[in-house]
Ligand binder design. Structure first.
Ligand code: ADP
Ligand code: ASP
Ligand code: MG
Length: 416
């Protein structure tokens, strides 16, 4: 069995949906499971719906109407007249969203977030499933929430692997073409959960692991994994082969082309991951598999924008030792902040973190009084793996460097 993941960019408009058919017809689709993300920027738009629900009720209907118009225009393009049953079905999905918001009593932002944001994937997979059917590609639509079971950590749910494996093995027919949602799961009470932004890659890996799939293919708007993000760097090079270890490192440092959690389940069963262009489905792309570390062996550049650099020093010139360092880490953990770089000296301690859940202010309040704090917001973190002198020069050029760290052949720079 093969797992294909189609991300938001691949189904952002009617042309994208048509192209999915083209990809499937080109590479075959028997015994395949499609994991599909929300269309285009739908997840961001649903985040606005959640925000409006809590803070600006007047703007709520319009934010939902816009999403409906967006999906509607794609459907009109794909199915023509509004008599097609897909319109009725999608109306029902939107009615469910509105009904949830009407009925909900929970003040828990993360809980509501998951119940609402999950509609993106329910919409996209419904539309794609109908379209494939119309094109003569029979498929089975699966509700991933009956298959992937998680805890109740909404917005960042942890998979219950034992139950999930049981459900997937019992619930997926390996002989047919299956289509399901990325990014979603459900908790023990069957409330919807999400696996973290960009989590659809991870969903593909979960299915691959549980089904012992022969491979996972992630279809992208780029030729494969490049040695740098083409949005920020010129003259990028395609990486043909990457070992699991190397890919885990790249994803960990923030190479956003693969979600970091995706690789561990695949590595455990040595299932190869292919990253390929949906515009050129027969091209080889990138393989992540057992074997050579990196082919070609070139410096890899990763940039993470919008980070926060916190530099702490003790008020009384006492040393940074285990007890205050562990206290800081405890607070960072409570603030759900991912730490990207750490640097410490005797009396100072710097961390570069991501303020993903808007918890910076409350963290600063807790640190205030205990430490002298310098906080730099909206800084960029650059990481270069397999750095050489030329690459180092390139990355430092014209930047105000706030922190620099060299570890074996990886350099990290935080700059304004
Ligand atoms: P998806 O539709 O699957 O969610 P994304 O937009 O998340 O796709 O990822 C594809 C984008 O990732 C590319 O368009 C590219 O701009 C960006 N990207 C970042 N780093 C890399 C890299 N190292 N190689 C290729 N693409 C990268
Ligand atoms: N739709 C979700 C997101 O945009 C999940 C994904 O695309 O992987 O974060
Ligand atoms: Mg994505």
């Amino acid at each position: 069995m093969r797992i294909f993941k189609f991300g938001g960019a691949s189904v952002k408009d009617a042309e994208g949906v048509r192209n999915v058919v083209n990809v499937l017809e080109t590479v075959g689709y028997e015994g395949t499971l499609l994991v599909v993300s929300a269309m285009g920027k739908t997840t961001n738009a649903l985040e606005v719906v959640v925000k409006n629900y809590f803070t600006d009720k007047d703007a709520l209907p319009e934010s939902i109407a816009q999403l409906k118009a967006y999906h509607n225009s794609i459907m009109v393009d794909l199915f023509g007249k509004e008599e097609h049953p897909v319109f009725y079905k999608i109306d029902g999905v939107f009615a469910e969203l509105v009904s949830f918001l009407d009925r909900n009593k929970s003040p828990n932002n993360s809980f509501v977030y998951d119940q609402v944001v999950s509609f993106g994937e329910l919409l996209s997979t419904t539309i794609l499933s109908f379209y494939l059917q119309d094109k003569g590609i029979r498929n089975t639509w699966l509700d991933v929430r009956t298959l992937i079971k998680t805890d109740t950590r909404y917005r960042d749910a942890k998979v219950d692997w034992a139950v999930t494996e049981e459900q997937i093995v019992a619930g997926v027919n390996k002989e047919v073409l299956n289509i399901t949602q990325g990014f979603l799961g459900s908790d023990p009470n069957n409330f919807t959960t999400t696996l973290g932004r960009e989590g659809s890659d991870y969903t593909a890996a979960i299915f691959a692991y549980c089904l012992g799939a022969e491979s996972v293919t992630i279809w992208k708007d780029v030729p494969g994994v490049l040695n740098a993000d083409p949005r920020y760097f010129e003259n990028t090079q395609l990486l043909h082969q990457i070992s699991y270890q190397e890919a885990i490192e790249l994803a960990f440092y923030g190479a956003s082309v693969i979600h970091p959690k995706t690789l561990q389940p695949l590595q455990r069963k040595e299932i190869p991951l292919h990253v390929k262009s949906f515009l050129n489905p027969t091209a080889a792309g990138t393989s992540v598999s057992k074997g050579q570390d990196l082919e070609p062996m070139v410096p890899c550049f990763i940039v993470k924008k919008g980070q926060v650099l916190l530099s702490l020093s003790t008020l009384d010139f006492s040393f940074f030792v285990e007890d205050n360092i562990s206290e800081i880490f405890k607070l960072l953990h409570e603030a759900k902040m991912k730490v990207d770089v750490i640097q410490n000296s005797a009396i100072s301690f710097s961390v570069c973190v991501e303020n993903k859940y808007d918890t910076l202010d409350s963290l600063l309040n807790k640190l205030k009084g205990r430490f002298k704090i310098d906080c730099y917001q909206d800084v960029s973190l650059y990481t270069v793996r397999h750095v050489n002198s030329e690459a180092l020069q390139q990355i430092e050029e014209g930047k105000e460097v706030l922190l620099k760290q060299l570890l074996q052949d990886t350099v990290q720079i935080v700059s304004k």
